[in-house]
Structures are given as C-alpha cells and as structure tokens.
Design a protein around this ligand. Sequence first.
Ligand code: SF4
Ligand code: SF4
Ligand code: SF4
Length: 318
Amino acid sequence: MKKFHMIIDLEKCAGCFNCFLACKDEHVGNEWLPYTKEQQKHDLKWIDVKVHERGVAPYTEITYVTQTCQHCDNAPCEKKYPEVFQKRSDGIMLIDINKANDPKYADACPYGCVSWNETAQNVQKCTGCAHLIDGGWKEPRCVQACATRAMQTVFCEDAEWDRLVERQGLKPITDGSNKPRILYKNLYMYNKCFVKGVVSTYVDGLEEGVIDAKVELKIGNETIYECRTDYLGEFYIDRIPKNTGKMAVVITAEGAEPLTRDFEIQDKSIVLDPILIGEGEAKANVILPNEHALQQALDHMTSYDAEDARKAFAKEKK
Ligand code: SF4
Ligand code: SF4
Ligand code: SF4
C-alpha cells in the first residue's frame, strides 16, 4: 500500500512562512469533519518555522527549520492515549474529535505538536490534510504552498521509501525512536557544527587574504579533512558532529611556517580569531593565486571584476 511521507529540505527553506499561512487558510474558519474541528486563529500552530542560528557575528548562518506532526509509526501520543490518537493505514496520525475533549491530552506529544484549542474544546494537531488527500489531492496545503519545494509529499510503499531515505540521506529531527514519517534533507544545517577562519599576511605593508593556503582539519595527529582558502583567504568546514571535542586546523602556505590553531567542538560552531601568517616579513610571503583559486574567485565576481582578475592573474604568472 502507498503511504504518506514527507521530506523537508533545510537548504531550500526560505523561511517565508507560506506553509504556516496555508495551514491557517485551510483550517481556520473551516471545520473538516470528521477529521478535525476548526483551527484556532491565533496562538496555536499546527506547523511552525523555527529560526536556528549557527556561528558568531559577523560569521553567522540562519537556517529555517519547518516542523509539524511527524505522523510517527512508533508514536508516543498513541502509546499514551490510544483511545484518542489513531493511526490510519496510510500512515497519517489523526485525533478522534469525539474523545479529544480534555486538555490533559495536550501533553501527549513530547515534540510539542499537540495543543488544546479552548474555543473548539478539543486537542488538535496537523491532520496531514487527510480531508484533502481522501478527496484526491496529491499533497497537503502547506506542501502545495511551498514555492521553493522545500517540502515534498511522497506517497509510496515502505520499501521504496527506505530506498529513498538511503539515496537522499534523509534523517529524522528526533533520535529516530518514534519512527517519523517526516524526514529532513540537509539536517546538518541544524544539528552539526562548522569551523570558519580567515588567513592573512602582509604584502607591501598591507594585510591581504592568503589565497589557496592548505587547511588541514585534525583530531590529534590524524587529518580528517583538507581544503584550501578561497579568494578572500577564508576557509569553511561544515558537518562536524557536535561534541567531537578537541580539534585543530593546520594552515600551510607558500613562504610561511605552518600554523596550528586548536579549538574544541561542543554544541556550537566555531569562528576562529583571524590567523596572521608571516607577520612582518612583507613581500617574502606574497602568495600567488593558482588556477583553482582563480576559478573560485571568478565564481563569486561580476563579469567586470572577473575580467580584471583574469588580467591580474595573467600578469602575475609572467
Ligand atoms: S509528532 Fe507527536 S503528535 Fe505527531 S505522531 Fe508523533 S508523537 Fe504523535
Ligand atoms: S499537512 Fe495540512 S494540517 Fe498539517 S501542517 Fe500542513 S496544511 Fe496544516
Ligand atoms: S513554505 Fe517552504 S520555504 Fe516557506 S517556510 Fe515553509 S517550508 Fe520553508
């Protein structure tokens, strides 16, 4: 049997709240019986877009994390109140509106997806827009309203879903024990850390970013990742698991001694203090851009700037 699943891609979410508005539009002022009574206009949300920040100013990153009922297969709500929370054969979790008339049921969900609607005198949550799905819709209102396609509904057999999960690297936002039917793509933007830094040197008395320096990420003596500084002398390494502990970056650039910066990853991303190499040695430390760094630079420039950069590079190579 084809069942209900959803994918939320954090890289694509623009934080526009269209999903939230569409849910309100569908369920406020409309009573879709027997699925649900109408949603409360204010205060309660069946879907929310939370703001998650990583880094330290001026290097901060904002990720929007859209969350709603995960229609869990191993659902704590159903375990606690089986008379009220009922799973359909297509995987959608619904609430029996005739039995949900006690505010005590609002504590059923450990993820905060169930709430008490005082006006309707009912506990409520996302219905998966089951009234629409049963009427032939291919996706709920929130998914339909998502202009970036950060949300997608997938109706498929469980085995096919498992293959999709593997292929697309989909992850639960929980520890997974609740077996959610909503999984996330690019969840590292929410649950992993980055380290960022900038490497500079003095050229003719002026501080310049060091292009194409080698950056090795190390745990003890082991190099676990390697990259190069970009056209601004910056490097950025993402997807580091929280609580990795003590780490270091070793910077190697032409004309300068290798430099090590130690840091520790707990639950936050790290922005290193500026790394100055070859201080006081002026011209001896000029780093010429190579093809790789030039390409990186061109990718980020306007065509006018790019043309200038090409000429400068050609001149330096002579
Ligand atoms: S997210 Fe909460 S309300 Fe939704 S199925 Fe899971 S336990 Fe129940
Ligand atoms: S699936 Fe329907 S009820 Fe659930 S959050 Fe989306 S619009 Fe709201
Ligand atoms: S509609 Fe789509 S892009 Fe906009 S906040 Fe919701 S999930 Fe993100």
